[in-house]
Design a protein around this ligand. Structure first.
Ligand SMILES: NC(=O)c1ccc[n+]([C@@H]2O[C@H](COP(=O)([O-])OP(=O)(O)OC[C@H]3O[C@@H](n4cnc5c(N)ncnc54)[C@H](OP(=O)(O)O)[C@@H]3O)[C@@H](O)[C@H]2O)c1
Length: 300
C-alpha cells in the first residue's frame, strides 16, 4: 500500500489500537483521533503517529482531524448511553458527520466499523442505531466501506476477560441454554483486513463481515475456557426473561455490567451472513480462538 496519512477515529480503543499498530508496522502515517488521544504504549515516540483531540459529535474537531488525510477509519464505540452521548448521537449523527465531512474534504476511502446483527427492526435501540448509522454513512459517502464484526478477542480484551471472570463463580449462568452461536474473531486479523481494505483499489463491495474460523455456541466457548483454565464448573441455563429483568435493574447503575442491548444481542446468532465480503476475499486466514487462547489468556 503506498504511504498514506490515515486518521483513525477511536484509535485508542481495543480495535483502534490494533489498527494503529498494523498501520505503523506497514509504514503508514497515522493520526489518532479521540476525546482523550494518547500514544500507544508499545510505540511511544513514533514519528509516524500524530495525536488529535476530536469528538465525533463536534464538526469543528472532526474537520481538523481529517484535514489532509488520505483515508479515515471510524472505530468509535458507545455501548452504554451517557448524558450527551446517545446511540443516535454517536452511531448515527456522529458517523454521518464524519462521512459527510470526509466527502467534503475529498476523502474517498472511509471504513466504518459496525457490528454483525445490525438491523433496523430490532427491539434494541443500540442495534437499530448501528443499522441506521450504516445506511446514513453510505448515503453521505457512497464509496464508504461498512465492516461488521462478530465478537472480538485478543490479549486484554473485554470478551475473554469477562468470561474468565465468570469461571471463578461456583456455577456459570448461561444466556438461555447457551445455544447462541458466535464467531469470535481475533482483533489483529480484523486490523489486518482493514488495512487491506484501505489499500485496495476502490472495491465495488460495500459490506464486509468478519468472524473467526469457528462458529461456536456460547456454552462451548465457556467449556473451552474452563478446560484452558483447568477449572470445572456447572453451566446453568437461565431464561432470557430473567436476564432482561437483571439488565433492567442494572440500568440504574452508573456503569452497568449488563445492558438490555447485550441481552437482545445474545438472543440471536452472531455469525457472518451470506453475500457479504469476508476474510477470504482479502486472502486472510483468521486464527482460531482455540489456538489463540494461550497468548490471549494466561493460565493460572
Ligand atoms: N469489541 C468487540 O467485541 C466488538 C464487536 C463488534 C463490533 N465492535 C465495534 O468495533 C468498534 C470499536 O470497538 P472497541 O471495542 O474497540 O471500542 P472501545 O475499546 O470502547 O474504544 C472506543 C474508542 O472510541 C473513542 N470514542 C468514544 N467516544 C468518542 C467520541 N465521542 N468522539 C471520538 N472518539 C470517541 C474512544 O476514545 P475516547 O474515549 O478517548 O474518546 C476509544 O478510542 C465499534 O464500532 C464497536 O461497536 C466491537
Amino acid at each position: 500500500m503506498p504511504a498514506q496519512l490515515i486518521t483513525v477515529f477511536g484509535g485508542t480503543g481495543f480495535l483502534g489500537r490494533a489498527i494503529v499498530r498494523e498501520l505503523v508496522d506497514a509504514g503508514q502515517r497515522v493520526r489518532i483521533a479521540a476525546r482523550h488521544p494518547a500514544m500507544p504504549l508499545h510505540i511511544e515516540g513514533s514519528e509516524s503517529i500524530e495525536l488529535v483531540r476530536a469528538d465525533i459529535r463536534d464538526s469543528h474537531s472532526v474537520k481538523a482531524a481529517i484535514a489532509g488525510a488520505d483515508s479515515v477509519v471510524n472505530a468509535v464505540s458507545l455501548y452504554v448511553e451517557q448524558p450527551g452521548a446517545s446511540f443516535e448521537t454517536i452511531h448515527v449523527e456522529g458517523a454521518t458527520r464524519l462521512a459527510s465531512l470526509a466527502r467534503q474534504a475529498g476523502i474517498e476511502r472511509l471504513v466504518h466499523i459496525s457490528g454483525i446483527g445490525a438491523r433496523t427492526d430490532s427491539r434494541s435501540s443500540y442495534i437499530r442505531a448501528r443499522a441506521k448509522g450504516e445506511s446514513a454513512v453510505l448515503e453521505a459517502l457512497p464509496g464508504a466501506i461498512l465492516v461488521r464484526l462478530s465478537v472480538l478477542f485478543g490479549p486484554d480484551d473485554a470478551f475473554l476477560t469477562t468470561l474468565a471472570g465468570l469461571t471463578r463463580l461456583p456455577a456459570i449462568p448461561l444466556f438461555g441454554r447457551g445455544e447462541t452461536r458466535l464467531q469470535p474473531v481475533h482483533v489483529v486479523d480484523v486490523a489486518r483486513a482493514l488495512i487491506r481494505l484501505l489499500g485496495e483499489p476502490l472495491t465495488r463491495r460495500r459490506l464486509f463481515e468478519f468472524g473467526g474460523p469457528d462458529v461456536m455456541r456460547y456454552r462451548d466457548i465457556l467449556t473451552l475456557l474452563l478446560a484452558h483454565l483447568h477449572r470445572e464448573r456447572p453451566l446453568i441455563p437461565v431464561p432470557f426473561i430473567i436476564w432482561r429483568a437483571l439488565a433492567g435493574a442494572a440500568a440504574l447503575l452508573k456503569n452497568p455490567p449488563l445492558t438490555s442491548d447485550q441481552v437482545i444481542l445474545m438472543q440471536r446468532d452472531n455469525v457472518v451472513g451470506a453475500g457479504v465480503g469476508t476474510f477470504a476475499d482479502l486472502g486472510i486466514s483468521p486464527r482460531s480462538l482455540r489456538d489463540s487462547l494461550p497468548t490471549c489468556l494466561p493460565q493460572p
